[in-house]
Design a protein around this ligand. Sequence first.
Ligand code: ZN
Length: 186
Amino acid sequence: MKNCPRCQKPNADDASFCSNCGYTAPPVNTAPPVNTTPPMKNKGNLKTVLIVLGAVLGFCVLGVIIVGIKETISPTPKVETVATPPPVVKVTPIIRDAAPPPVVKVTPTTAPTAEAGVTAANFAKIKTGMKYDEVVKILGSEGELLSENEIAGYKTQMFQWKGGFVSNMNATFQNGKLVSKAQFGL
Ligand SMILES: [Zn+2]
């Protein structure tokens, strides 16, 4: 007799299942199955794990090696930072309008005070109120009549005398008397 492991009801020794609850008992008298698979499985698992790890490691190593080889074979081009020179700022000289050549003043070393001529000294001698004839005497030459007009009884004449080089002077007379004078370059 043996009791059902589930309901504890006594059953026949050779009963393959419980008569009360129908529990099927495991076969009796059979040696407990030697569970050889678990260790095998574990071993296998360990093996696979090791294999996988090894593979991974191998791949890693391989990758590193490949990368290393690649780097040694074709090293990444070094980006040489060539210092580009700063743009040359061309300082173009500002060419100002060419200054006119200095006017060479032909000034007599000794002022010919006594001499007649269209000179600065003689120009200075010409005074307002002088007559045209007096001016001609000082300058030593007749003037060139530039303009002449008569307005409201005032006769105005403008004479010009050419001096040395580009110099000249003029004198304006009203009714025969000098009222204004001007010179250029004397
Ligand atoms: Zn039972």
